[in-house]
Design a protein around this ligand. Sequence first.
Ligand SMILES: Cc1ncc(C[n+]2csc(CCOP(=O)(O)OP(=O)(O)O)c2C)c(N)n1
Ligand code: SF4
Ligand SMILES: [Mg+2]
Length: 349
Amino acid sequence: MIDMDTTAPAPKKTNRIGLEMQPYRGGKTTLCAGCGHNAISERIIDAFFEMGINPREVIKLSGIGCSSKSPAYFLGASSGFNTVHGRMPSVGTGAVLANRKLIAIGVSGDGDTGAIGIGQFVHLMRRNVPIIYIIEDNGCYGLTKGQFSPTADVGSTLKTGVVNDLPPIDTCALGIQLGASFVARSFSGDKKQLLTILKASLSHRGTCLIDVISPCVTFNDHEGSTKSYAYAKDHDERLGEVSFVPYFEDISIEYDPGTTKEVQLHDGSKLYLKKVAEDYDPTDKFNAMRLIHDTAQRGEFATGILYIEPEKADFVTLLNMVDEPLSTLPLERVRPGREALDEIMESFR
Ligand SMILES: Cc1ncc(C[n+]2csc(CCOP(=O)(O)OP(=O)(O)O)c2C)c(N)n1
Ligand code: SF4
Ligand SMILES: [Mg+2]
């Protein structure tokens, strides 16, 4: 008889850089049970683990709101910066300019982005700053008890019965128009699609705007809300299956020719968008804008990777900066001294 030790713990799963799941996890959430934001944190943990990103090379950023508390609940081994309300874009821009090797992920809310932070948001988008910018979109200010945010749809109602009659800002349309080079929309309850989008964003260099419909179960999950679970599930028009193959995996996928769009990302990874109904080209800006407009007219939202421009130069590249992170340059290289300054002044004579 073989003597088997059934009490021995199973070996822990490690990823391609040899790390266990633990450094990818964060603190215990203090958000409401069932909040869509929690599901998004879980997908972020999975995406970074599965892509084998070293958490020590990541900076987590956020503003203020329930959503902006999320970075405390993922990537515990990474450093983070919880900024003033709506100011994440400027702090994030500074961080990636100071250290171009950092992988930046920001979590914001629809209020943090669309209201107080809109001025900062538009400049982040037009600069194509290399950052994954997630909007956890519940159409309300969850943290301050559920007031309408600028993404609340016309006709959606508060718990008290108050009806919103202001038109919404569509953050994806705005991002595309302003110059973000990777724009996607998903739903917090769609594990597979959100994970695929997050993994693809980790292979893209430039601004990755990911708007995730994320129902607030406490203040905005009732009949009349277009950001409730029930509404989002019934009105989610998927572009089709999004498949993503990282550069470190063998590419062996079979797709029906003519029904799949292949997009190569900057690190060599491949993105496949498989159409269900109509042929959708995520590299066609006008097509993307039309899709967002047409679905919104029908009270639906299109999900998937709506727009991607893999070759667009990101802000750090545009600035033509040195390869080494500025934060690690020695003093003599950042302060050239009087002689060098005199020489420069002389050249203006
Ligand atoms: C300068 C400033 N103004 C206003 C507030 C109040 N405030 C805190 S969070 C918030 C809105 C949060 O909404 P959102 O970004 O959508 O996050 P959610 O809580 O819905 O996830 C507001 C207005 C603040 N903290 N600081
Ligand atoms: S109030 Fe809403 S947004 Fe905030 S944690 Fe609760 S469910 Fe989430
Ligand atoms: Mg919100």
